[in-house]
Design a protein around this ligand. Sequence first.
Ligand SMILES: [Zn+2]
Length: 342
Amino acid sequence: MNVCVICDSPLNGRECIIENIPVYQGCVDTPIEDDIIQDMHWKECDVCSTIQIINLPREEDVYLKGHAAGIGKVWEDHNEQFIRFIEKNKPVRISEVGGGSGDLARMSSIEWRMYEPHPPNEISTYRDIDFIRDFYSHDNARESIVFSHVLEHLRFPKQMISDIYSSDTRKIFLAWPQLDKWVEDGIPGAINYEHFFYCTYETLIEFFSTNGFKLQDKEDFENHSHFLCFTKSEKTSELFSQNKSNFIKVENFFRKIREIKIEKPSYFMPASIYSQYYILQNPELCLGVLDNSSDKHGKRLYGTNAIVQPPTNIDLKNNNVVVSGPHKKEILDGLKRLQEHS
Ligand SMILES: [Zn+2]
């Protein structure tokens, strides 16, 4: 990719290379020899200051087993608040792009159709949902469209928004990770082969307005996500504000990740990209990887030799567990409860 995903300009800015990053961030039952590890080439757009990966692996390698489903209390709260936000802005009929587990569709009282080409295994849980097992099509566009942590995964987000503009859709609801915060705090996984571009919140709003969608309403969900509602309007001129510090932020982000040091042999939790980076930096200190999700148990965390176990398998009182990622607090609370009851 040699043009910017946000503003379509040729990429002529600064470059940095992050070596040896596994292309997939989930768990597998294939041998480690099959894993693809490659260097990430990041490049700056000197028009809109977005930083993006220019040597993206194939999508089928990045999303080997589909996108990680959001489970747990944080996601439940996220979805509840997002539904309230959507309903407050009075959509008429909704299409959701990439509805994952179908949780939003199930919670809403509004007429809701979701498009999901890779539904989770428990397809029966979709029975009560208007669900299309395919990529989104603009042919049957509805008045409103919803993206919950999906748009930032699309290889061509500008094309998507521009196609929506040409369709009958008039409102866009977006749940977007607070990447400014995640990158600044050095949360592993904030940017990666899935979240392959980094722009500020300000640039995101400019991206929508230059493509004909004006910000109508906004709410924050903790330090986790922005909930945004855009309505169709005149396209504004293609003027983007410059954020020269974006590039430094991305460099610092990876420097922080590279400097992660663990003092003693430890277990890592959860079995995802958040632990992947820690283990890659400290492979000799990894005792194993823990996760609450039963469909990961017995599998190997991609890019590492670590096999996933439930936290109930280990003696929590006498072992160190390194917990990371944006859901750290929720996981730690769960471990504390386990320890008290053991
Ligand atoms: Zn750009």
